[in-house]
Design a binder for this molecule. Structure first.
Ligand code: PLP
Length: 380
């Protein structure tokens, strides 16, 4: 596509077109799936297609990476075999002795990677409430090279001020990474708020149908730190497979439309829960009662499709509410077309700081009234 046309396109148009072009040999309009691991060399030994071997670079992955970078307004993107492989690539790019700020409200797998894999390997880290800037400031060390932020966070939807964290990071020559899985580039443009790197579990909203495991990083600049991540991607080889790339790329086309409907439904469900006598508290950044609402209003374009809530009572009561749900499926994960409900503490384990009675909802694309009816009967 003509670069000046690309530069003027709006995000919905980018989502449909970025990385797509009719196949020059067959004229196929829909993207073809390329399973070949190896690519033809010319007589002079060069690689005329730009591809050599699929661990390094492959057609469906290159197309997806183009779309991922364009959607976030980034310089480049890299697709991985899972969200966790993308997180690991960021930490693998650091040196032993480097210090990382990790939010207390974070995907439990990120904290587990730091504690059980990268801690023993020599990475230092502090777990800090990133919603409180003074605590972050107090935790900075001479070798702090990376600040990690997840906003809204899993599972309590805590909101962190991305711009303020970027300023803190850049003030000490560190970089800011935002796990933007819950919001997506449609809900929040973290690079435009000062983040250096954005991480996604594309397993979730990007794929959008609970049938692909994959992850991605998008960078603001193609600098030396990014070159190192590219080196890790191709030499470690935790790359996304062609079919996963194809599925996520296809998912991106409908991502803006899906996220708007997820958000519309989630706002309805959150308002219902917040007003229900059997609910102690509902967590959703779009609720005026949410402690991070003002910051969320400033930095988010859509409040997203994730809601969590605490029914009045103990863990057993929360599990009983989940057991009575008929339209929501009891399962982990998020971002698919179907609504899911999960008692979070029992998957995260006894060490988890998640409240005992918290239920996490991934709000799907069903009619919001049916979801509300289901929750009403389950709450009793
Ligand atoms: C699911 C998730 C991850 C991990 O991604 P996988 O694709 O499961 O490896 C990381 N961060 C957040 C916020 C997630 O929801």
């Amino acid at each position: 596509m003509n670069p000046s046309l690309r530069a003027r396109m709006r995000q919905d148009t980018i989502a449909v077109h970025a990385g797509h072009a009719p196949d020059p040999t067959t004229g196929a309009v829909a993207e073809s799936l390329h399973l070949s691991t190896t690519f033809l060399r010319a007589e002079d030994g060069s690689y005329p297609s730009g591809y050599k071997y699929s661990r390094e670079r492959a057609p469906n992955r290159a197309a997806l990476e183009t779309a991922l970078a364009a959607l976030d307004g980034g310089a480049d993107a890299a697709a991985f075999a899972s969200g966790q492989a993308a997180v690991a690539a960021v930490f693998q790019g650091l040196a032993p002795g480097d210090h990382v700020i990790c939010p207390s409200a974070v995907y439990y797998g990120t904290r587990k990677l730091l504690a059980e894999v990268f801690g023993p390997w020599g990475l230092e880290f502090s777990v800090v409430d990133t919603a409180d800037l003074a605590s972050v400031q107090a935790a900075l060390r001479p070798r702090t090279t990376l600040l990690w932020v997840e906003t809204p966070s899993n599972p309590t939807l805590a909101v962190t001020d991305i711009r303020a964290m970027a300023d803190l990071a850049h003030g000490i020559g560190a970089r800011l990474v935002v796990d933007n899985t819950w919001s997506t580039a449609v809900g929040q443009l973290a690079l435009s708020l000062g983040a250096d790197l954005v991480m996604y579990s594309t397993t979730k909203y990007y794929g959008g149908h609970s049938d692909t495991l994959s992850g991605a990083l998008v960078t603001a600049r193609a600098d030396a730190a990014w070159e190192r991540i590219r080196l890790i991607q191709s030499s470690v080889g935790a790359v996304a497979a062609p079919f996963d790339c194809w599925l996520v790329h296809r998912g991106i086309a409908s991502l803006p439309v899906r996220l708007r409907q997820h958000t519309h439904n989630a706002a309805r469900v959150a308002a219902f829960l917040a007003g229900h006598d059997g609910v102690e508290v509902a967590h959703y950044p779009g609720l005026p009662s949410h402690p991070g609402h003002a910051i969320a209003q400033r930095q988010m374009r859509l409040f997203g499709g994730m809601v969590s809530f605490q029914p009045r009572g103990d863990a057993a009561h929360a599990l009983a509410v989940a057991a009575r749900l008929r339209i929501f499926t009891r399962a982990t994960s998020l971002g698919g077309v179907e609504s899911l409900a999960e008692h979070r503490k029992s998957i995260e384990g006894p060490e988890s700081p998640t409240p005992d009675n918290l239920l996490r909802l991934s709000i799907g694309l069903e009619d919001a009234d049916d979801l509300i009816d289901d929750l009403r009967q389950a709450l009793g």
